[in-house]
Design a protein around this ligand. Sequence first.
Ligand code: 5MM
Length: 340
Amino acid sequence: MNTTELAATAQAMVAGKRGILAADESTSTIAKRFASIKLESTQENRRLYRELLFTTAGAAEYISGVILYDETIRQKTSDGVPFPAYLADRKMIPGIKVDTGAKPLAGFPGETITEGLDGLRERLAEYHRLGARFAKWRAVIDIGAGIPSAYAVAANAEGLARYAALCQEAGIVPIVEPEVLMDGAHGIERCEEVTNFVLERVFAHLHAARIFLEGMVLKPNMVIAGKKCPQQASAAQVAEATVRTLKRHVPSAVPGIAFLSGGQSPAEATHNLSLMNAAGPLPWALTFSYGRALQETALAAWGGQAAAFAKGQQAFFVRAKLNSMAAGGSYQSSMESAAA
Ligand code: 5MM
């Protein structure tokens, strides 16, 4: 294991107020996103949309890396440049989603286990040859009556740890993503309780698997009330609870934490991140690794229309820039109307 290289890559992913674009939607997820703009999910439309995002002028100032999907890492720009080479040339590190999805966990109704360990060593070697220098694996934890169970959390934590070890062996930085969903009716306190439990388990398994902490990035949920909860927490409460939870479990050897947006609106995800960074010095870089919160406005502005390609890029540029400001703690909600 080349620890110097792993640590340098992990640092570069989270430093300089830049964050990560999650563009690793699987074929079924991107089809749902395209359905919102009534666009057919063909291979060419998927390529074109990713090209819109990756070739946005100036985005590299705010985007440190891009998580790709298996299909996307093999695709090229209209000029024939492979996406990984195009990104790397602009100092955006190419990454790859390597899990094969969350499947029902046998014996535990309503809970899932993320799969993808079979053949992972070989797949990582191929992705490294294709240019990937980091990877992502997402474990999904739902909150509901009687769930999550301790067993489901432990099984997912073990999957994350085994994945992370294989990544580091291959010279690839693992993004460790344990996502506590915000789908339910639970309050922020319950989310905090579950996120505490999940992070405690995840780091216990990472330690047991001998993960080199300086060569990984954590991608957690924010501590937030469920979407259906009548009592929504304020941004200040979300920021406070999230930082408190992370400080309890994430060793300072981990160079950075890059949040998922999880269904928050783009402005909400940016505001929450900014408040956390404005609150004071933290032991790790706190940045973004958003999918929907970076892409929603771009997708809508483009609408699948060739004539609106530049409009889509402009919308993506705005979100990338505002989130970079949030990574520095200097975003203000008033900037939303100025940017629109
Ligand atoms: C981009 O969405 C990712 C892929 O999901 P599927 O495997 O379900 O297609 C997802 O893992 C994403 O990277 C993270 O959840 C962050 O995205 P959001 O939209 O929550 O910021």
